[in-house]
Design a protein around this ligand. Structure first.
Ligand SMILES: NC(=O)c1ccc[n+]([C@@H]2O[C@H](COP(=O)([O-])OP(=O)(O)OC[C@H]3O[C@@H](n4cnc5c(N)ncnc54)[C@H](O)[C@@H]3O)[C@@H](O)[C@H]2O)c1
Ligand SMILES: [Zn+2]
Length: 361
C-alpha cells in the first residue's frame, strides 16, 4: 500500500493506493467525523459491480447513506443531472458536514465533485476512482466540472477532495480500451517530468497490460506523485500546471472533431502527444530518435496514434476555441527531451496544420 500526500496547506489530503482498501476507507471515515447522513454517487455500470461492497463499508463506518445512480457516460456530466442530485441531497437532509462519495470514473468524479463544491457552498468530498484514467488523473488535483452543450467542462470549480482511495482491484473489470485510455495519461507523466518512469513503462509494458499489481501500484503511485507535486506548486493553473496539458491541445481538437464518442479521452491524448512530439521535432527541439522513442512506446502499449475521419481544418480551427486558449494565444506544451517539456506560446500555423495532417490516417 502507498500513501501520497497532496500538499495544499489546509486543503492537503492523502491518496491511498493498494489492494482491498476497505479497512483504510472505514478507518478514514470514522476519524473524519462526518455527519451521519452521507451520499454515494455512482453510475449504472459501476453500481452492478462494486456498489454493494462500498456501501457496506460506508454503513459499517456508521453512515446512513443515500445511493444515487446516474446513467453511465459523458452526457451525465450535465447541470440537469446535477440538479437531480441536489434534489436528492436536500430531500435526504445532507448537511454541511455530510460527505459525498464518488465511486466511478472521471464522469462520476467530476460531476460529484462539482456537486460537493456547490451544495451548501461546499461539503466534504471523497474520491473512489474506478477507471485507470480517474485513478491517475481526474481524481487528483481538484478540478471538478460539468459540461455545457456548447463545450466540455465549461462550468466548474477547483475543489479538493478530503481523500482519494485508489483500489487496484477495480481495474480488473475494465475493458482494454479503458485501460489504454489511462495509459495515455501515464505515458504523459513520463514525458513531462520523469524519464525513469518512461523507461519503467517501456521495460514493463507487458506486465502493465496484464495489470500486474506491483507494477500497476508503482506506475499509478508515480503518476499521482507527479500530478500532486505539480498541483501543490500551482493549484489554479497559473503556470506550471500547464505542463499537465501535454498532448491535450490536439487531443481536445480530436475529441471535438470526432463528436466525443469515437475516441476515449486517453486515446485522444496518445494521438495528441504524437502531434506535440511532431511539432517539437519540426521546431528542432527534439531529434527523430526521441520522437521514435515515444511512438514506439505508444505502439508497444497497443494504443492508437493516428485518427481517421477527423477533418484537419476543423481540428485546426477548434484549438482556438479551446478554453485554455487566451486572446487567441495557444500555450503549446512541447518536448525538450523524454522527461522534460516547456511551454511555447507561438507555433506557426503551417507547422500546426502539418501536425494535424500527420496524425490523420
Ligand atoms: N478533473 C480532471 O482533472 C479530469 C482529468 C481528466 C479527465 N477528466 C474527465 O474524466 C472523464 C472521463 O473519465 P473516464 O475515462 O474514467 O470515463 P467514465 O467515467 O465515462 O468511465 C468509462 C466507462 O467505464 C465504466 N467503468 C468505470 N469503472 C469501471 C470498472 N472498474 N469496471 C468496469 N467498467 C467501469 C463506466 O461506467 C463508463 O462506462 C471525462 O469527462 C473527462 O473530462 C477530468
Ligand atoms: Zn487528460
Amino acid at each position: 500500500m502507498r500513501k501520497i500526500k497532496v500538499e495544499l496547506g489546509k486543503n492537503s489530503y492523502n491518496i491511498i493506493i493498494g489492494n482491498k482498501l476497505k479497512n483504510e476507507l472505514k478507518q478514514f471515515i470514522i476519524n473524519a467525523n462526518f455527519s451521519k447522513k452521507a451520499m454515494l454517487v455512482t453510475d449504472n455500470n459501476v453500481e452492478k459491480i462494486f456498489c454493494k461492497d462500498v456501501l457496506s463499508v460506508l454503513k459499517d463506518a456508521g453512515l446512513d447513506v443515500k445511493l444515487v445512480v446516474i446513467p453511465a457516460g459523458e452526457t451525465s456530466k450535465s447541470l440537469s443531472e446535477a440538479e437531480k442530485i441536489y434534489t436528492a441531497a436536500i430531500e435526504f437532509g445532507l448537511d454541511r458536514k455530510s460527505a459525498i462519495f464518488a465511486l466511478g470514473g472521471g464522469v462520476v468524479g467530476d460531476l460529484t465533485g462539482f456537486i460537493a463544491a456547490t451544495y451548501l457552498r461546499g461539503v466534504p468530498f471523497v474520491q473512489i476512482p474506478t477507471t485507470l484514467l480517474a485513478q491517475v488523473d481526474s481524481s487528483v488535483g481538484g478540478k471538478v466540472a460539468v459540461n455545457h452543450k456548447l463545450g466540455k467542462n465549461l462550468i466548474g470549480a477547483f475543489y479538493q477532495p478530503k481523500s482519494v482511495f485508489i483500489d487496484l482491484d477495480f481495474l480488473k473489470t475494465l475493458m482494454s480500451r479503458e485501460i489504454a485510455s489511462g495509459l495515455g495519461e501515464i505515458v504523459k507523466y513520463g514525458v513531462i517530468s520523469d524519464a525513469e518512469l518512461f523507461k519503467y513503462i517501456e521495460d514493463n509494458a507487458y506486465q502493465i497490460l496484464a495489470l500486474e499489481s506491483d507494477i500497476m501500484e508503482h506506475v499509478i503511485a508515480r503518476s499521482c506523485e507527479i500530478k500532486a507535486d505539480v498541483v501543490s506548486r500551482d493549484e489554479r493553473e497559473g503556470g506550471l500546471r500547464r505542463i499537465l496539458n501535454f498532448g491535450h491541445t490536439m487531443a481536445h481538437a480530436i475529441e471535438e472533431a470526432s463528436g466525443y464518442t469515437r475516441y476515449t479521452h486517453g486515446e485522444a491524448v496518445a494521438v495528441g502527444m504524437i502531434g506535440a512530439a511532431y511539432i517539437s521535432k519540426e521546431l528542432g527541439k527534439i531529434d527523430n530518435t526521441s520522437f521514435e522513442h515515444l511512438q514506439n512506446l505508444i505502439d508497444k502499449l497497443g494504443m492508437v496514434s493516428r485518427v481517421d475521419n477527423c477533418d484537419v481544418e476543423h481540428m485546426f480551427k477548434s484549438i482556438f476555441r479551446d478554453k485554455k486558449t487566451i486572446n487567441g494565444k495557444i500555450n503549446w506544451v512541447l518536448m525538450d527531451s523524454i522527461g522534460k517539456v516547456s511551454v511555447v506560446p507561438d507555433v506557426p500555423d503551417k507547422i500546426v496544420k502539418s501536425a494535424f495532417k500527420f496524425i490523420s490516417k
